[in-house]
Design a protein around this ligand. Sequence first.
Ligand code: 3PY
Ligand code: MG
Length: 247
Amino acid sequence: ADPTLRKWLSERRPFGAFWFSLGSTALIETAVAAGAEAIVIDLQHGLFERKGMEAAIGVVPGNIPCIVRVEDHSAAAIGRALDAGAEGILIPLIETAEQAALAASACHYPPAGHRSGGGVRPLLDFERYRDAAGRAVTVGVMIETARGVENAREIAKAGLVDFVFIGTGDLALSLGRGFDRSSLEDEACAAILAACTEAGKPCGSFTVSPDSAAALIGRGYWMTVVANDITATRSAFDLSLRTFAEG
Ligand code: 3PY
Ligand code: MG
């Protein structure tokens, strides 16, 4: 059987991930118990350190895609997340096809790419792991700057790139609109989605509410985010206080 994320990719089955920034393994276990479809662990802005990331990946069952948003597009950052057991890699701030192809190549062992062999989990049974990783590892590059939008068609076509994911917050910042994600239907996002369609690759987009996530799926996006730990806990706290105050 295909690994779950690869299967969803080839079937273009859309999904909504839970996104984690707070660095808590217990919170990820809680989301899994709640029935999360897929987990994103954010190392770029999130609070996870290396051992914390290893522990967090360890609590995600094998049938639930575990995607790590790495710190940057370096082979070192990508290799650390893959060695910990990530199935999907999300690479931030990609602006050119060359960057995309090089970063995607760092996700695969030779001869397909230039990932370095090593790490604790891979070396427990390397031949088996290498074979499994070759079939499972799924690479998403994030377009989230004006320059990335200009190059979206070439980025989407880059070799070994499986999907594109829009960082709506940074994209809004880059376009001079503050950190306003509400411009999801604007030309920049439509251009990225069209570039993906032309390249035959699915497109994802970041959002922070289940309503807007569902709307994105309705507009043809493949991957989105139904909840993140910061906004979900914040709104639960706000609701508790309001309910208590209203008696
Ligand atoms: C963005 O919106 O810029 C992201 O990177 C998602 O967190
Ligand atoms: Mg971003």
